[in-house]
Design a protein around this ligand. Structure first.
Ligand SMILES: [Mg+2]
Length: 192
């Protein structure tokens, strides 16, 4: 997994000054990460903590710390009901993009399977690239084109009532966010 909360140190007149965290892009898979699909347009079983997870990420988005995109390999018609469960219409407007199966690339070695080629994202949103993008997905081969950009998530099993994956992930992300937005003395902190 990649955390590129590295800071930018701008130089002017020989002095290092303004330190800002460059914006990151989080690309979220849906089924298996945020919920467990019950198939063909039916409501999904939502993962414990998903409301807090998504609302916190979208708060960070509002604070210009991250951008959030959703990319599911489900067909749009099957995913719509689930997205309505996960996001209010106002929250949907905050997403950088919502992509479905039609944006996935067929796997040559896995019949009827497809993966998420992040270079498509970077083509459409050129600010983002392999150094500032993380794909959160529960299926390893979905990130086969850029495995270094994958944060592999344990697939949600709705029978597991003790599932704490999203609250734990949120804590981990918060930690890194705090680390990199903590004020530093540019004279003692190396430029990253
Ligand atoms: Mg999945």
């Amino acid at each position: 997994m990649i955390f590129f909360w590295s800071l930018v140190v701008y130089k002017a007149k020989g002095e290092n000054f303004l330190v800002l965290p460059p914006m990151k892009l989080f690309v979220l898979d849906v089924n298996g990460v945020l919920c467990s699909s019950r198939g063909k347009g039916r409501p999904a079983k939502l993962r414990p903590g998903v409301d807090m997870f998504l609302s916190t990420l979208l708060e960070w988005k509002k604070n210009h710390l991250i951008e959030v995109g959703v990319w599911t390999s489900m067909l749009e018609r099957n995913a719509t009901v689930i997205l309505d469960q996960l996001f209010t219409s106002e929250e949907k407007k905050l997403l950088l993009f919502t992509w479905f199966a039609d944006k996935c690339t067929p796997c040559v070695d896995r019949p009827f399977k497809s993966y998420k080629n992040l270079s498509q994202v970077w083509r459409v949103f050129p600010y983002f690239h392999s150094d500032n993008t993380t794909l959160f997905d529960d299926t390893e081969f979905k990130a086969q084109s850029y495995p270094q950009n994958l944060h592999l998530i344990e697939t949600y099993n709705p029978k597991d009532s003790e599932d704490r994956v999203l609250p734990n992930l949120l804590r981990e992300l918060q930690y890194h966010l705090n680390e990199d937005t903590r004020p530093r003395d540019p004279k003692t902190s190396p430029a990253m």
